[in-house]
Ligand binder design. Structure first.
Ligand code: UTP
Length: 412
């Protein structure tokens, strides 16, 4: 106990001693283990970034337009030859799909992993995981293969996700080709930089963002498994896009033909001020700049044809070579802080229910992995074919808007 108390005092977290004194021995042991796993130096650095002025985020950084290819403006011959490269690669068993499902889905507010949300589409309602499973099976039939399917979960939702798949018999997908892996966690910090405790007297932890995927794939043996299976190209998509096209041979063929290690699908921004991240080059490296960081005049800037210079939205449809994933897994991606509402137990044992943002959560973003390459192949798709996000309970990017897009795409 003394050693732990010393660590806590040295790191300005001595309030945790009070919780340790309150709980029974089993709980105490568990809490001590959790505390021992904390990288306090990292936490200190993260806390210092929390209050960073967002307006200064791109100070001194050169932001430039990055070229893209419009899928529907490709000449027929070119389209066909690119498509063939993609199809041949998929048929040769060199392609795999990853679904990122480790998020908390706080905005949607569904009780359970986001993939277990049922979307009331026609002709019958389907779970988000089911939509993905069925789409992949359609691709499997088309190419006469079985795509290895990896699903990233968090410690918070892993058990429920696996149970859900078991309960639904993997929606007919061959079980030996579905692999779950957990992503990492980080503690939530109060506005004063103190680690919070949850209702079970555990550290209040949260998944550390979808950029956690690179190191998690390495740590959990996913990259090794891919190598063993002969996989060379990996599509990584979000669980919450009802029109996610996981197997576009044009994106794959284009990236291979361009001799790039990374590729990504975009759709053009609905308007200059849509709240989405857009592709750009930051200091000459491919990047995504968040809408909060893009100065207004740049958001509105157009080329001579009237196209927005920063108009290609990042829609979480990313393609990586295995080599690229291995390379990024060795890097330390930056963390971004988000000011969020978090309920917690105070030092007197009372539950504090947050009514406004009161804590910092730290997340790495998948697109920060682009920074380790000189170029990226960006393929502009179409919103009505590629993007039906489910983020909010109602209004923009909600089940209601996703249902409309889904039904209209499938002509239901
Ligand atoms: P979002 O950033 O939209 O987050 O995730 P979210 O968790 O779904 O929703 P909010 O912000 O709490 O309302 C985009 C994709 O990244 C995954 C999500 O599951 C989703 O597929 N993700 C996000 C992770 O896999 N892990 C994370 O830590 C965060």
């Amino acid at each position: 106990m003394e050693a732990i108390n010393k660590i806590l005092r040295e790191n300005n977290q001595e309030h945790l001693i009070k919780y340790l004194e309150k709980v029974d021995n089993d709980k105490k042991e568990k809490l001590i283990k959790e505390i021992e796993n904390i990288d306090f130096e990292q936490l200190k650095e993260l806390y210092q970034t929390s209050t960073r002025n967002i307006d200064k985020a791109i100070e001194g950084v050169i932001i430039e337009h990055v070229p893209f290819v419009d899928k529907y403006k490709l000449e027929e011959d070119k389209y066909k030859s690119i498509e063939k490269i993609g199809i041949d690669t998929i048929k040769a068993g060199k392609y795999a799909v990853v679904t990122m499902a480790g998020g908390q889905g706080t905005r949607l507010g569904h009780n359970g992993p986001k993939g277990t949300f049922k979307l009331e589409i026609k002709p019958e309602a389907k779970y988000l995981f089911q939509i993905i499973a069925e789409n992949l099976q359609r691709e499997n039939e088309k190419y006469n293969i079985i795509l290895p399917w990896y699903i990233m979960t968090s410690t918070e939702n892993n058990e429920k996700t696996v149970e859900f798949f078991e309960e639904h018999n993997y929606f007919g997908y061959s079980k030996e080709n579905v692999m779950f892996f957990n992503q990492a966690n980080l503690p939530l910090l109060s506005e004063k930089g103190k680690i919070l405790i949850d209702e079970n007297y555990d550290l209040k932890l949260a998944s550390d963002g979808n950029g956690s995927i690179f190191k998690s794939m390495k740590k959990e043996g996913v990259l090794d498994d891919m190598r063993k299976r002969g996989v060379q190209w990996i599509f990584i998509g979000a669980v919450d896009n009802a029109l996610l096209n996981m197997c576009d041979p044009i994106l794959l063929g284009l990236t291979i033909q361009d001799n790039n290690e990374i590729g990504s699908k975009s759709v053009v921004k609905a308007n200059p001020h849509e709240r989405v991240g857009v592709f750009c080059k930051k200091d000459n490296k491919p990047a995504v700049i968040e809408y909060t960081e893009l100065p207004e005049e740049m958001a509105e800037e157009t080329d001579e044809e009237g196209e927005l210079l920063f108009g290609e939205s990042h829609i979480m449809c990313n393609l990586f070579s295995l080599r690229a994933l291995e390379k990024i897994a060795e890097q330390k991606l930056p963390y971004h802080s988000a000011h969020k509402k978090a309920n917690y137990i105070d030092e007197n044992g009372n539950l504090v229910k947050a009514t406004k943002p009161n804590a910092y959560k730290y997340e790495a973003f998948i697109f920060d992995g682009f920074n380790y390459f000189d170029n990226i192949s960006i393929l502009r798709g179409r919103r009505e074919e590629d993007f039906a996000p489910i983020k909010n309970a109602e209004g923009i990017d909600s089940p209601e808007t996703a249902i409309k897009l889904y039904n209209s795409y499938w002509k239901l």
